[in-house]
Ligand binder design. Structure first.
Ligand code: GTP
Ligand code: MG
Length: 140
């Protein structure tokens, strides 16, 4: 089993798509290990997107993520990082396939509803950043 981090972004909360997005993970059979709604601080947003620092979309991206509440989750499944990324769909709207969250529900590159960790290493770092209270899974 693997854990991944996903974050339902402010646009999805505003559009009342939180239930729709969580439903997709649940009916797929993915376990929700932790979940919380929060308004992100500037500091957390900057740390979360630090990899994009210096890019033209960085400042607007941070501003967008702090613009309203988000729903942060830890998901668990076999190959959870890849599974969640495939369910989320591509960043470029015209490449996001129908059947994916972005492919069904948005045409906007920035207001793209949800973030998913892009590697097991990133997932571990993001889980530690967003859920410091969460225990590491026991070795099996
Ligand atoms: P996340 O799961 O949110 O990390 O998306 P991603 O992994 O599909 O994309 P990436 O990590 O490359 O970019 C992070 C976020 O920055 C995206 O989800 C977008 O919100 C935003 N972003 C990335 N590239 C662009 C861009 O060219 N223009 C704009 N406006 N936003 C961008
Ligand atoms: Mg990314």
């Amino acid at each position: 089993m693997e854990r991944t981090f996903v974050m339902i972004k402010p646009d999805a909360v505003r559009r009342k798509l939180v239930g729709e997005i969580i439903r997709r993970f649940e009916v797929r059979g993915i376990d929700i290990i932790a979940i919380k709604m929060l308004t992100v601080s500037q500091e957390l947003a900057e740390k979360h997107y630090a990899v994009h620092q210096g890019k033209p979309f960085y400042a607007p991206l941070v501003e967008f993520v702090v613009s309203g509440p988000v729903v942060a989750m830890v998901l668990e499944a076999d190959d959870a990082v890849r599974l969640a990324r495939n369910m989320i769909g591509a960043l470029k709207p015209s490449d996001a396939m129908p059947g994916t969250i972005r492919g069904d529900l948005t045409t906007d590159t920035q207001r793209n509803l949800i973030h998913g960790a892009d590697s097991p290493e990133t997932a571990a770092a993001e889980i530690a950043l967003w859920f410091p209270e969460l225990q590491e899974p026991a070795e099996s």
